[in-house]
Design a protein around this ligand. Structure first.
Ligand code: BG6
Length: 453
């Protein structure tokens, strides 16, 4: 792989940070554990107040807040070249737009300095599914244009503070996941009298303006701006026009955000959807989008999708994880080529990994050969995409550096890390960290710059 390739991992504040008492609440703090209930409260943020006994795992995460030195020392031992983490907006502006928390700013100063001490490049995501609750309850998130200004203020504040030590900035985690998780990604509740589609598209438009504002701020300070897209190729089940049309729609839904952010123009199909749903696109906004395009694209990649007009959901040609996610290493190569062909901008892979159950042996060891196998096959495809196809990939960050609270189910037992955290789905455990077999394997991958897999 190229010199200075950014090997490492990602984590996010809402899933690992904890430190609940020293910050404002965020959207994920009101999501209880359990697939059945997890997303139910999201359209009714008041409802969680009536259920104080539920377990809300993101409030504690894995207490990175108090363990960050120990955790970063382990990342140093792994040989990470980069770590992507997110700043919690609610730690910087805990109660509203008028008060900045110096204590909150100081925490990320400490994290960044600790990373630098271990020669790890810090990469910041400004929002990773963690909108402050006050932005939701007072402004209704990105449905409201006012939130673009609030977000700008937040980005100004953190870039002013960290620009001297952080070069790579990512506006949002998986902006396109808004298509199916509007509340979590947009911080928005569908108001009465509006359709979900109308609200989704208004929210998307404002979020794209927010991304352009973020990019403008980064460029004024000489920083590199990126945004995370959930990247996934879509295959057709049958060679039929009906399946192909479904694939075409899925691809458009997937790439429409990146199209705007990377090219600065709204593609015709997206423009038509926006206008049909009452979104006003002004000349001034279009000029602003055009003037502020991203420097790099930051895809996540977990699985591929299937377009089938007969309702088949799982690709019969692929294996799935215990959580039903398809395993498709070649899909990574395809996605990288699709992305690079479309935008021709450097690519930083910011998430890729296997979420599954791990077993701790009596001697405390964790033999996660399945994770090694998954990552090895994906890195092989990454190398082919770079060395054979010519895609300009500048780094590969796995999900996740250590076990943390899963987004979909709020589970700890769906584990992704190289570092095991002793915590169960109900929050019982010592929070002790231990190295899995994959820890030593990835350490060697980084040491040999991807030569030894
Ligand atoms: C990505 C998110 O979508 O997938 C992460 O950016 C998330 O926050 C990851 O954890 C894996 O998904 P899950 O639902 O298994 O945690």
């Amino acid at each position: 792989m190229r010199d200075n390739f950014l090997w490492g991992s990602s984590i996010s504040g809402g899933q690992c940070e904890g430190g609940y008492d020293s910050r404002g609440e965020t959207v994920v703090d009101i999501m209880p554990q359990g697939k059945g209930t997890r997303f139910q409260y999201l359209n009714d943020p008041g409802r969680y107040l009536e259920h104080p006994d539920e377990w809300y795992p993101s409030r504690n995460g894995v207490e990175f807040y108090s363990h960050y030195k120990e955790d970063i020392a382990l990342y140093g031992e792994l040989g990470f070249k980069a770590l992507r983490f997110s700043v919690l907006w609610s730690r910087i502006f805990p109660e509203g737009p008028d008060h900045v928390s110096e204590e909150g700013l100081q925490f990320y100063d400490n994290v960044i300095d600790e990373l630098k001490k271990h020669n790890i490049e810090p990469i910041i995501t400004t929002i990773h599914f963690d909108m402050p609750l006050w932005v939701v309850t007072k402004y209704n998130g990105f449905y409201n244009r006012e939130t673009v200004s609030l977000y700008k203020e937040y980005v100004q504040t953190i870039t002013d503070r960290y620009a001297d030590r952080v070069r790579y900035w990512i506006s949002f985690c998986e902006i396109n996941v808004m298509n199916h998780a509007l509340y979590m990604v947009g911080g928005t509740i569908v108001p009465e009298g509006k359709t979900r589609e109308e609200v989704l598209l208004q929210c998307a438009y404002h979020k794209l303006l927010a991304n352009a504002a973020f990019t403008e701020i980064c460029h004024a300070k000489g920083l590199l701006a990126g945004c995370e897209i959930a990247g996934a190729p879509t295959y057709t089940l049958h060679a039929s026009p009906a399946d192909y049309l479904l694939k075409m729609k899925a691809d458009r839904d997937n790439w429409r955000y990146a199209d705007v952010m990377a090219k600065g123009t709204i593609p015709y199909y997206f423009r038509q959807d926006l206008q049909r749903n009452g979104v006003k696109i002004s000349e001034e906004d279009q000029a602003f989008l055009k003037a502020n395009t991203l420097d790099f694209l930051a895809p996540s990649y977990y699985r591929s999708n299937l377009a089938s007009s007969d309702g088949t959901a799982i690709n019969p040609d692929l294996q799935v994880t215990p959580f039903g996610w398809t395993i498709d290493p070649a899909g990574l190569r395809i996605m990288l080529n699709e992305l690079y062909e479309r935008y021709e901008k450097p690519v930083l892979i910011v998430e890729n990994g296997l979420g599954t159950y791990d077993t701790v042996e009596e001697n405390g060891r964790i033999h996660d050969s399945y994770r090694i196998d998954y990552l090895r096959k994906h890195i092989e495809q990454l190398k082919t995409a770079c060395e054979q196809d010519g895609v300009d990939v500048i780094g590969y960050l796995t999900w996740a550096a250590m076990d943390l609270v899963s987004t979909s189910e709020g589970m700890m037992s769906k584990r992704y890390g190289f570092i095991y955290v002793d915590l169960d789905d109900q929050g019982h455990g010592t929070y002790a960290r231990s190295r899995k077999d994959s820890f030593f394997w990835y350490q060697n991958v980084i040491r040999t710059n991807g030569e030894e897999l």
